[in-house]
Ligand binder design. Structure first.
Ligand code: ADP
Ligand code: G6P
Length: 360
């Protein structure tokens, strides 16, 4: 599929540290958006992923200016802006947004070096995911929506151990050491980006059990800033009120430690926001429909779509907790945002076909 210069590409930034669930999130998002040719491999693969013909995911590691050897030599981590080419990142995202194809570099995670570049044509929806999508103000100004995955230290550590120890055979000591080595750059260059995000997903240890820092149950908060164009915050029961809800009655099976939802207004840095929070785990995913029926502004196409999406991907990490639920909801909101942007742009010569592709 080729896109002409009049095509408006919707650009969405997804920022997080590595190992914080970006690829998993992207798989949920692209499933909601449709047209998935293959699951995104995100930054864990060395090539950009084309998802169907409507959505493209670019891993920003492709803009590493220093390769692995050079980073080692200079004592610079991949999180340091010096290791990344923001000028090129900006130029290429801008070109794609305005309908122009680019020759994007390809960072090879196996060799730690750059492979030959690949041609990227402007898609309907472009996701830029990685360590720094919100770092450069020029790139921020191109984004139609920005998302930050904020995984607390305890949870990040637990996920890293699960992946790097179980799947990659690394030792506990080496995982601890690599987290420690990146910590100051993370605090300096990655974490501050969250203030610029329109939507933040915070993943924290549960408050439902007394053992502080327990990560087998998660408390997940969806922070939605007010006044974001084409994005209306989801709410529980009554928009603008403050509500704590324990839905464990006859309609939702809950085993220890139960499930608690919270909804209410909040501020995030200096911005007004609303927060939807879920603490706990679902026992039965099909009963999620009961929770769904109490949420509003979900941007679903039909009643039960959230539950259906969750059931469809029950094998993804986080499907029985707030990470899966809130990521799925964000996917639906993004679909609506895309539809609205493209419909609004029809005066610029966009055809109905374009809109249909986005709606799939
Ligand atoms: P990234 O793309 O940011 O590097 P991944 O999506 O590959 O991160 O996730 C890294 C690891 O974290 C996964 O292998 C998985 O074990 C764990 N993980 C990711 N998301 C979740 C989640 N929602 N719940 C539990 N574990 C998760
Ligand atoms: C981060 C970056 C990767 C990089 C990795 C390890 O996860 O996203 O691009 O490969 O750090 O960095 P290293 O310098 O060890 O290759």
């Amino acid at each position: 599929v080729s896109c002409s210069a009049e095509t408006r590409t919707v650009v969405i930034g997804l920022a997080a540290d590595s190992g914080c669930g970006k690829s998993t999130f992207m798989r949920r998002l692209t499933s909601v958006l449709g047209g998935v040719a293959e699951p995104p491999r995100g930054c864990n693969a060395y090539s950009n992923t084309l998802v169907g013909d409507a959505t493209t995911v670019i891993c920003l590691d492709d803009y590493h200016a220093l390769d692995r050897e050079e980073r080692k030599e200079k004592g610079v981590t991949a999180l340091d802006p010096k290791a990344n080419n923001f000028d090129l990142m900006y130029e290429q995202v801008r070109a794609l947004k305005s309908g122009v194809a680019v020759e994007k570099p390809v960072y090879n995670h196996v060799t730690g070096r750059l492979d030959p570049p690949e041609l990227i044509r402007p898609p309907n929806i472009l996701f830029i995911e990685g360590l720094h999508p919100l770092f450069d103000p020029r790139i921020r100004s191109l984004l139609d929506l920005s998302i930050y995955l904020d995984i607390s230290n305890e949870v990040k550590f637990a996920w890293k151990i699960q992946r790097d120890m179980a799947e990659r055979g690394e030792s506990l000591e080496s995982i601890k050491a690599s987290i420690k080595a990146r910590k100051s750059d993370f605090d300096m260059y990655i974490d501050p980006q969250k203030q610029y995000a329109d939507v933040i997903i915070e993943v924290l240890p549960t408050r439902l059990i007394p053992d502080k820092g327990a990560t087998e149950v998660l408390r997940v908060r969806l922070v939605m800033k007010e006044g974001v164009k084409h994005f209306t915050p989801v709410y529980l029961f009554d928009e603008g009120s403050t509500i704590s809800w324990t839905p464990c009655g006859g309609k939702l099976s809950c085993s220890y430690p139960g499930i608690r939802f919270f909804y209410g207004p909040d501020t995030y840095f200096c911005d007004e926001a609303s927060v939807l929070e879920m603490d706990g785990k679902f026992d039965r995913l099909d009963e999620l429909i009961y929770v769904e029926s109490h949420l509003s502004n979900l941007s679903t196409k039909y009643y039960g779509e959230v539950t259906q999406q969750m059931l469809k991907h029950a094998d993804f990490p986080g499907s029985n907790d707030g990470t899966g639920l809130l990521q799925t909801i964000i996917g639906l909101k993004i679909r609506q945002l895309c539809e609205q942007i493209i419909a609004g742009d029809s005066s610029h010569g966009l055809k109905r076909k374009q809109l249909r592709r986005c709606l799939r």
